[in-house]
Design a protein around this ligand. Structure first.
Ligand SMILES: *Cc1c(COP(=O)(O)O)cnc(C)c1O
Length: 463
């Protein structure tokens, strides 16, 4: 039996009408998009679960804040409001706004990484990995092995493998490890949380070998909720205390504010030591790439909405509802015997498409097959997180075989209701019932050399 849905801690004031296409129109639209989900028009998607990034619904306070945004080039009041909020929540000495998460990476990473260096993470997000490589260094993922088995249920499946971390540091030489990055929650592993204890262990190793520790903080609030729910020590702690404790263990953070901070655009860099010489380098890079350091590529009104969203995103009632949506959808899939990265993580459900289509090999992209079926079935847009996204080996040009073949249903914040979630579950159940009739997947007819999933063209493989 599905669990109870946690009711919304808000009501609806402004609505956004949705277009409803017929199945035939959807089949035409996806063919016209060359079977690439990124090629669809947003308005042709009834429920858009492509990403939870920047797709959040802002509150009345945030919209009111937009009107109050101070557009001064330097020293805007909205900048100071953001800095005060971020210092209050994270306890850091320096806060730098940037236009999104990858901008934070672009500004910060070259100060630690260069040719010959490595960076180690529980799992790098794709743009984070790209910025390690762009800085000349090499990324290494070091997540616990349990994360690689979707059906293995355990707490804190996003954790760093601490023993392996130390082993890699000793093998490569501590002087060659430019940075350790803790991604909370662990997006690439399915939005899986990292425990406070794991953060402590990783922090101790970084201190021992004198390696700087960065938090990739896109979903820090959802992570704190899991820590409160599942870590005995923290069960009576306020969310804010958990966040402060987590961040006190790192030296800096890079953040995409398009996720837990509930805005449509924005990002931040934080540095714990407000006197650090690093701050001058951040300001210099920011001025070159993003804009003057008191706006960092954002409008004054964006800074204002961000400052307000920081507090809304850590509200415990909101977080209970937010994670409750995932738990509800996951419980409906449990009832139907549909496999996903379990237990469910913080920002979406990662359905195990390889389990649904065992007859379709990885090089025919089961994750993409399910994404296309979901669109045809119910106008739901999702994306592949599997071999299709991973791409080819840069040396041999052969298709790589991913650890997972997921179809990700990423849930935007404060946007969809229980009825929408039921449509998602019903669509997946309907597809599962006829999954054995789908004999073949897709082949790529054109692809760019990197990050191909955004642009590639595909066609169905016929008998
Ligand atoms: C989204 C994301 C980023 C990149 O942020 P953008 O705002 O999309 O540039 C980095 N790390 C993680 C974990 C993310 O989820």
């Amino acid at each position: 039996m599905a669990i109870k849905y946690v009711p919304e801690p808000f009501r609806i004031k402004v609505v956004e009408p949705l277009k409803m296409l017929t199945r035939q129109e959807r089949e035409q639209a996806i063919a016209q998009a060359k079977y690439n989900m990124f090629g669809l028009r947003g308005e042709d998607c009834y429920i858009d679960l492509l990403t939870d990034s920047g797709t959040n619904a802002m509150s009345e306070d945030q919209w009111a804040g937009i009107m109050k945004g101070d557009e001064a080039y330097a020293g805007a009041s909205s900048y100071y409001k953001l800095v005060d909020a971020a210092k209050d929540i994270f306890g850091y000495g320096y806060v730098q706004p940037v236009h999104q998460g990858r901008a934070a990476e672009k500004v910060l990473f070259p100060t630690f990484l260069s040719e010959g260096k490595i960076a180690i993470s529980n799992m790098f997000f794709d743009t984070t990995r790209a910025h390690v490589i762009l800085a000349g260094a090499r990324p290494i993922d070091c997540v616990i092995p349990e994360a690689k088995d979707p059906s293995h249920r355990c707490k804190f499946k996003g954790n760093m493998d601490v023993e392996k971390l130390e082993q890699i540091i000793l093998e490569k030489g501590a002087e060659n490890v430019g940075l350790v990055v803790m991604t909370i929650t662990n997006n690439s592993a399915g939005g899986q949380p990292v425990s406070l204890q794991n953060m402590r262990d990783v922090s101790a190793i970084c201190k021992k070998y004198n390696i700087p520790l960065d938090i990739d903080a896109a979903r820090y609030a959802e992570n704190a909720y899991f820590v409160k729910r599942d870590e005995e020590e923290c069960k009576d702690w306020p969310i804010k205390k958990i966040i402060k404790e987590m961040f006190s263990l790192a030296d800096m953070f890079t953040m995409s504010a398009k996720k837990d901070t509930i805005v449509n655009m924005g990002g931040m860099i934080g540095v714990k030591d407000g006197e650090s010489p690093l701050i001058l380098k951040i300001k210099a890079n920011c001025i070159s790439f993003e804009g003057f350091y008191t706006y960092g590529g954002l409008n004054g009104r964006d800074l204002e909405a961000l400052a307000i969203g920081l507090y809304e995103g850590i509200d415990e009632n909101y977080l209970r509802y937010r994670i409750g949506q995932m738990e509800y959808l996951a419980s409906r899939l449990d009832d139907a015997g549909i496999a996903y990265q379990a237990p469910v993580g913080g920002h979406g459900v990662f359905v195990d498409a390889a389990a649904m289509f065992p007859q379709i090999p990885y090089y025919e992209f089961p994750g993409q097959v399910l994404a296309i079926e979901l669109y045809k079935e119910a106008g739901i847009r999702t994306c592949d997180i599997g071999s299709y996204m991973l791409g080819n080996d840069p040396d041999t040009n052969e298709q790589l075989h991913a650890d997972f073949e997921f179809t990700r249903l990423a849930i935007p914040r404060r946007v969809y209701t229980q009825a929408h979630i039921d449509i998602m579950a019903d669509a997946l159940i309907a597809i599962k019932e006829r999954a054995h009739e789908i004999k073949h997947g897709y082949r790529i007819t054109w692809e760019p050399p990197i990050l191909r999933h955004f642009q590639a063209s595909l066609e169905p493989i016929e008998d």
